[in-house]
Design a protein around this ligand. Structure first.
Ligand code: C6P
Length: 413
């Protein structure tokens, strides 16, 4: 991975993504919904078709050649993902799940349900995605633990003074989103991990919006757990990752029982398989895991620093154009300090209507609460429109977004 950020050759990269050539009524697709899911480049598509054409077989079950090839590729995919996020423990620290949401539920059920109780606290942030907010809220309710939320400042950053007060010796788990999927805020998760560890609490980082687009080193952050999704980083759907420190994963009970996760079964009792298979019950997402490793190669070849810089430039460009309009409210921190997305509202136009007008110009954005309903309550709105960028987006596409917003204004006023 290169250390110095370099401009991306976006026109060349776009050639890797066949879907970007799609047109609607003769108008070229402008895909700005990358925080929801990213598009898939040819090498990743090829990895999936190659698997089904050449070595489709169940893993860890057969001693025939196909099964051996599939098993090796699937196991090595765990090592590749470990390397991608700087997990020196290798495959033992990487559990393949369905998505970020399932990774969070795994820890909440496997650890939280067994370990939390009255008097314990789970500390979240006001900008959590429902996948962590609802999960920890409900597990806390079931165990009698307390749960509280670190507030955000007027600028949409975490109030770290409040965080220092709220995380106490009663705290057992701090769970924070790394990059907010609504505000674009980049949270100081390493600092939160230090505070959590000072109180012997665990730190769970939601990396769904950070791992795809910037260098993320779990050990530098000192996260105890981190979750992210393949489909937001050029990989396929149906594959998510739970990173966990090896000694913690060793000590937890399985979340799902069944085949693959066992070492020895009798009618009386069962013994669990070694990591990470102990947490991967049943037939796992084989082709998806292998394709995720291919996506890691693809992103590393481009360079995560380069992707980060490119996204930041597009977000800054969009932020500046949108905030220049008197009737547009943009949420989150200033342009020079945010991830690659911009959520906003056009005065007097519901975000759904705006998205629908933009769709008529083949501009795909997301509208709604982005699975952050309580955060939208804090922002004082039920919904927002959100444009989110990735490595293949251009400034010309941001211009099209802004023009389409202007068109919507004309239409509604
Ligand atoms: N956010 C968005 O449009 P899943 O659905 O499990 O792959 O990812 C959940 C998730 C968790 N944390 C964050 C910060 C996220 O942004 C997401 C997914 C999508 O913003 C769908 S709501």
């Amino acid at each position: 991975m290169s250390q110095q950020a370099e401009p991306l050759d976006v026109e060349r990269l776009r050639e890797d993504f066949p879907i970007l050539k799609r047109e609607f009524d003769g108008t070229q697709l402008v895909y700005l919904d990358n925080a929801a899911t990213t598009q898939t480049p040819e090498p990743v598509i090829e990895s999936i078709t190659d698997y089904y054409r050449r070595y489709n077989a169940n893993v860890h079950r057969g001693i025939h050649q196909l099964s051996q090839e599939a098993s090796i590729a699937y196991e090595e995919a765990h090592d590749r993902v470990a390397e991608f996020i700087g997990a020196s423990g290798g495959r033992e620290e990487i559990v393949f799940t369905k998505n970020t949401t399932e990774s969070m539920n795994l820890v909440a059920y496997a650890w939280g349900l067994n370990e939390l109780g009255p008097g314990d606290e789970v500390v979240l942030t006001e900008m959590e995605h429902h996948s962590s907010l609802v999960t920890w809220q409900q597990i806390a309710k079931r165990t009698g633990a307390d749960y509280k939320y670190i507030p955000i400042t007027d600028e949409g950053r975490l109030d770290m003074d409040a965080a220092r007060e709220m995380i106490t010796d009663d705290t057992r788990m701090v769970s924070a989103v790394h990059v907010s999927n609504t505000l674009g805020t980049i949270n100081p998760v390493g600092e939160l991990a230090d505070i959590a560890h000072d109180h012997d609490a665990y730190m769970f980082v939601d990396g769904a919006q950070s791992v795809p687009n910037r260098p993320v080193d779990v050990e530098a952050i000192d996260a105890d757990f981190m979750a992210f999704s393949g489909h937001k980083m050029c990989g396929p759907t149906g594959i998510g990752v739970l990173y966990g420190k090896e000694h913690i994963l060793e000590g937890m009970e399985p979340y799902l029982y069944g085949g693959e996760m066992i070492l020895k079964v009798t009618y009386e009792d069962s013994k669990w398989n070694e990591l990470p298979w102990k947490y991967e019950a049943g037939t796992p997402p084989i082709s998806q895991g292998i394709a995720l490793a291919e996506a890691c190669d693809y992103l590393d070849d481009i360079g995560l620093e380069n992707i980060q810089r490119h996204e930041a430039e597009l977000a800054e460009y969009a932020y500046e154009q949108l905030t220049a309009k008197d009737d547009v409210e943009v949420y989150g921190p200033p342009a020079d300090d945010r991830g690659g997305l911009v959520a906003f509202n056009l005065d007097g136009v519901h975000a759904h209507d705006l998205s629908s007008i933009l769709n008529d110009s083949a501009v795909a954005i997301r509208a709604g609460d982005h699975c952050t309903q309580p955060l939208h309550d804090v922002l004082g709105t039920a919904a927002s429109a959100r444009a989110s960028f990735y490595l293949y987006n251009t400034k010309a596409e941001v211009d099209e977004l802004v023009e389409a917003v202007d068109d919507a204004r004309q239409l509604f006023k």
